[in-house]
Design a protein. Structure first.
Length: 330
């Protein structure tokens, strides 16, 4: 169990309507609530399947030796202002929404660490109580600047161990824009396990690009083997998956392993605990050239008692669904 001690923290605002950040000039009170909030955020960060890691030792050009001095309040405060301006400029140029930025120095297992989280504003309802001698009145009030809770996902947050340089990052990518992490953190991050599985899935698609049944079944088999491994062991080794798929096809196995090696995906055992991702792997979506979409349990793809793919004399395909007792409108 990690021991976490809050050294100092500050909250600044990115109000995009003002055209400039709103800067706090004093540190946050080290309340039990703030301690608990940060601990939960760190637990969520470290335990997420979307967490990327790096072992570099730079934060926007600041060296590790300088970073260790941030425990002094004034130095830390000046650093937060520089970082805040860079995040604001990024959001302003990319049309980003308003948010608060929480920055904290923490001692985690005797190592000084920096935490930064961008808390995007949310619209939510609260009640407002008005009470006088004659009556009590409750009204609904919409607040536009409520913040995400400790267990909610953030668009951008990271924690860097200032002694080892280990950085953990979660970032929601904005389509068409350079990721914020590339501008702030001078680090190369490893892909998440889900990104690695997706990259391996792309290799299978490259090897089997055709949409005929034989090629499609190879792509389906990859997803099936990954799902089975995650269900049984909560982890997957991509080389072992390819060995199972191509056990009778040495030349294709050699090609697949070579592609894994080229992309740095070989000899890696990856843990994925997300039940939602596991469920996604167990489904296969088919889309016909006429625009019909069918989502099937992946096990049914090779089970002719439930689904049969029929090649017609003219070369077209028919899909026959069997043993159906009810059809629901969803």
């Amino acid at each position: 169990m990690e021991t976490i001690e809050l050294k100092t923290a500050i909250l600044h605002s990115l109000d995009m309507n003002l055209g400039m950040p709103v800067v706090s000039q004093v540190e946050l009170e080290p309340t039990d609530f703030l301690n608990t909030y940060l601990q939960k955020r760190l637990q969520r960060l470290a335990g997420s399947d979307n967490c990327k890691t790096s072992t570099a030792s730079g934060i926007d050009g600041v060296s590790l030796d300088e970073a260790l001095k941030w425990s002094e309040w004034q130095a830390f405060y000046q650093f937060t202002l520089q970082l805040l301006q860079k995040i604001f400029t990024y959001r302003q140029s990319n049309g980003g929404q308003s948010a608060d930025v929480l920055m904290a120095l923490l001692e985690i297992d005797r190592h000084l660490s920096l935490y930064v989280g961008v808390l995007d504003y949310r619209s939510s309802l609260i009640h407002h109580l008005q009470q006088d001698e004659r009556q009590t009145r409750l009204e609904l009030v919409e607040y536009q600047t409520t913040l995400p809770g400790a267990s909610a996902g953030l668009s951008f947050e990271f924690c860097t161990d200032l002694f080892t340089g280990l950085t953990q990052l979660i970032e929601k990518k904005e389509k068409g824009f350079t990721p914020l992490s590339e501008l702030l953190l001078n680090q190369q991050f490893e892909m998440t396990p889900k990104e690695k599985i997706k990259a391996a899935q792309k290799i299978v698609q490259e090897i089997h690009p055709s949409d005929d049944l034989t090629e499609m079944n190879r792509r389906v088999e990859f997803k099936q083997k990954v799902a089975e491994s995650l269900q049984e062991k909560e982890e997957v080794n991509l080389e072992e998956v390819f060995e199972e798929i191509y056990v009778d096809d040495p030349s294709t196995l050699f090609e697949a392993k070579a592609k894994l090696q080229d992309r740095g995906l070989d000899q890696q055992r990856m843990v994925v605990t997300s039940s939602a991702y596991d469920a996604k792997l167990k489904k296969q979506k088919l889309v016909t050239d006429s625009g019909i979409s069918i989502v099937l349990p992946i096990d049914y793809m090779h089970d002719q008692s439930h689904v049969e793919f029929i090649t017609n004399p003219d070369g077209s395909l028919s899909i026959l669904l069997k043993n159906i007792t009810h059809i629901y409108d969803k």
